[in-house]
Design a protein around this ligand. Structure first.
Ligand code: ADP
Ligand code: MG
Length: 660
């Protein structure tokens, strides 16, 4: 059966369906509801709850009336219905044709808002004859994102029609798996995801479809992993890290040393390294990355280090250049800010091998960059890049280079499986010695004057401070602090203090951050551009204005700007929000500095969709699954996928064939 065979689908609607990717009845049935409305409880008129949406069943008591009212001449259609317990007036505006639709003596189901003025009245409800199959009342009603040309009601009816004509529901999961994980058959799942007969069946249907979705995504990840593991890797000969470690200004922590050893082993065994280093802000991931670079360089290979922002890339560049100059290696910095001439020279050095270490932003994955002998690709702050970008960088070599990714965002283990299922994971679970817990407070804006005093006090002790604003410039929402105005106010309040500002649209961020690090600037008012990458050990205070506008992970990341030295540091979150979730976030922040704990909390609070800011950041988006509420199913799907041979006929060249 084709979609054009469905009643009510002509040329226009066929195009409309196709425009959202629905080409067949099967596609149509895979267009799941985005939500549900439980209208299964049908009330008596005497039980109606005013100022709420009610579903009611009643017989039309009189001939409907329709009249033009008011100066603007809108029409009002009035229907009086009755049941054993009373009568109710229902009105619609500007739908005069309804007068002919409702027949006196016939019974209908209505769902709509009930208002109580002089009497109870239902306003513009959904309606359908009680004698027909109930689609929009008296049941759990699906709510779709309807394609163009369809209303909620017409689309719902179309799905219902398609379900009636559908004959085959091909199973996608094997009988074994369905039995083991107690999953219903696909037909039950599809029918009940659209028109659930009851709540139990709905939950069963949903679980089955969530499982299916997660199962195939896990299989795909395992497949990628198997592919990478089967790949040949460049062999880095083992060497003594001692000269490298001697050049560092500190001794590595045990955790750092362990991860360095893991990298040495990964890169020396003939297979390709594909490793994620997870470590909280300030745990010292950079030194580990540099150890890997040292290993590559000593073995005669180039390393590329990609960072998500110019500020962070610049910071790595400065550090790297200084460190590796000691060993006679050249570091280059490729950024959007290079002049055409600089760029040409840098590209040439990369191509002829003069450049040993290449640092940059997304510029590194541009087609034009030709590497001479790329042996190692490092991506910093991985969570800010998508999987595709990571893969793009690692495709740059002749023989596949080793891959190392670093992430400060502590990711709950289960989510890590999805994001990084294709990677081996190392965790740096230790901070460098001497770090003190950052004291965190939450205040409202009435404390701002006192905060100025706090800033003054820290500056008087030769410390530095950050103030974070949600906006760069004055915007529409005047209750949100912006960098420009804040700087003006603060400069007026603290004229003796050297204050500067920084936001994403500014050109020379590097110069400013350098001045801040050098202590020439005492207070830096900035947007979240400083979220990653500025490392100023002397900064001991960070004030985050409009803290309600940031998620937990982001607040944690921002807080990581201070506490980088050995002095006691402070984080002050300013918000006037009384929102319960916001309060909970603030409380969590003031109670713990453990990024992993915060990540779990964040996940619970916001659901996985928001966790990474937006969905583009490498987290696959799912049609039915919700990574937060479906973590349990994810574990099962993962287990099932593992038990499945990755070379089963489910695969053709890495693409998943979903309709077996
Ligand atoms: P992150 O893991 O957030 O990238 P960084 O690599 O930027 O952390 O390190 C944070 C700071 O800690 C840097 O100033 C770095 O020099 C310092 N650091 C790293 N490892 C050690 C160590 N083992 N002992 C002392 N300081 C360290
Ligand atoms: Mg870092």
């Amino acid at each position: 059966m084709n979609i054009t065979d469905l009643k009510g689908v002509g040329t226009k609607r066929t195009h409309a369906l196709q425009s959202v990717g629905i080409f067949s009845v099967e596609d149509l049935l895979n267009h799941f509801p985005r939500d549900y409305d439980d209208r299964s409880k049908v009330k008596k008129i005497s039980e109606l709850i005013p100022e709420a949406v009610n579903t009611i069943r009643g017989v039309v008591a009189f001939e409907p009336e329709s009249a033009n009212v008011g100066r603007k001449k809108f029409s009002l259609t009035k229907v009086i219905i009755k049941d054993q317990t009373g009568v109710l007036e229902i009105v619609w505006f500007n739908q005069p044709y309804l007068k002919k639709y409702f027949k006196k003596g016939n019974e209908y189901i209505f769902t709509g808002m009930v208002r109580e003025n002089a009497k109870l009245q239902m306003l513009s409800p959904d309606y359908e004859p009680a004698s027909e199959t109930l689609l929009s009342g008296g049941r759990i009603v699906p709510v779709y994102s309807p394609p163009p040309q369809f209303s909620q009601k017409t689309f719902r009816a179309l799905i219902y029609q398609a379900l009636q004509h559908a004959e085959t529901f091909e199973e996608r999961l094997s009988a074994e798996i369905r039995q083991k994980y107690k999953l219903c058959d696909r037909e039950t799942a599809i029918r009940n995801i659209h028109f659930p007969e009851n709540n139990e069946l709905f939950l069963e249907a949903r679980r089955c479809l969530v499982f299916e979705e997660l199962f195939f995504s896990q299989l795909a990840l395992l497949q990628i992993k198997a592919n990478v593991q089967a790949e040949q890797g460049i062999v880095f000969a083992a060497l003594d890290f001692a000269p490298f470690l001697a050049a560092l200004p500190f001794a590595p922590t045990q955790a750092q040393a362990r991860v360095m050893a893991e990298i040495a082993s990964d890169t020396g065994n003939g297979k390709r390294m594909n490793r994620l280093i997870q470590g909280d802000v300030g745990s010292g991931k950079t030194a580990v990355a540099f150890a890997a670079i040292f290993l590559a360089a000593k073995n005669g290979f180039q390393s590329a280090l990609m960072a998500p922002t110019d500020v962070l890339a610049a910071q790595h560049y400065t550090q790297c250049k200084k460190l590796f100059a000691l060993f006679g290696y050249e570091t280059v910095f490729l950024t959007g800010a290079n002049t055409a001439k600089e760029r040409r020279q840098i590209l040439q050095k990369i191509e002829n091998g003069t450049a040993n270490i290449i640092i940059g932003t997304h510029a590194l994955i541009q087609e034009k960059v030709q590497y001479h002998s790329l042996g190692l690709c490092i991506t910093d702050e991985q969570h800010r890049f998508g999987v595709n970008q990571r893969l793009a960088l690692s495709k740059k070599g002749v023989i596949a280079p080793h891959v190392l990714v670093m992430s400060a965002t502590p990711i709950p283990r289960t989510l890590g499986l999805i994001l990084y299922g294709d990677l081996d994971i190392s965790i740096i679970n230790e901070l460098p010695p001497g770090r003190q817990e950052i004291k965190t407070y939450c205040v409202n804006s009435s404390y701002r004057e006192r905060l100025y005093a706090f800033i003054r006090k820290e500056i008087a002790e030769a410390r530095q401070a950050y103030v974070i604003c949600a906006r760069a410039e004055h915007g529409e929402d005047s209750d949100v602090q912006n960098v420009i105005s804040y700087t003006q106010t603060l400069s007026a309040a603290l004229p003796e203090i050297k204050i500067a500002y920084l936001h994403g649209k500014m050109g020379d961020k590097q110069e400013l951050t350098a001045a801040f690090k050098a202590g020439e600037i005492q207070v830096l008012v900035a947007t979240t551009v400083v979220e990653v990458g500025i490392h100023a050990e002397n900064a001991t205070l960070i004030i985050v204005e409009n803290a309600e506008r940031f998620g937990l992970s982001q607040l944690h990341q921002l807080r990581g700007r201070v506490g980088r030295g050995t002095a006691q540091s402070y984080c002050v979150l300013v918000t006037d929000s009384k929102n319960e979730q916001t309060r909970a976030r603030m409380k969590a922040m003031s109670q713990t500095c453990d990024g992993f704990k915060l990540a779990e909390l964040d996940l619970q609070q916001r659901g996985a969709g928001d966790f990474f800011g937006t969905r583009q950041h490498g987290l696959p988006s799912f049609r039915v699954a919700n990574l937060y509420s479906d973590l349990g199913v994810l574990e099962e799907a993962r287990e099932a996928a593992r038990g499945h041979s990755p070379f089963s006929p489910l695969y053709f060249g890495g693409n998943i064939v979903t309709s077996l």
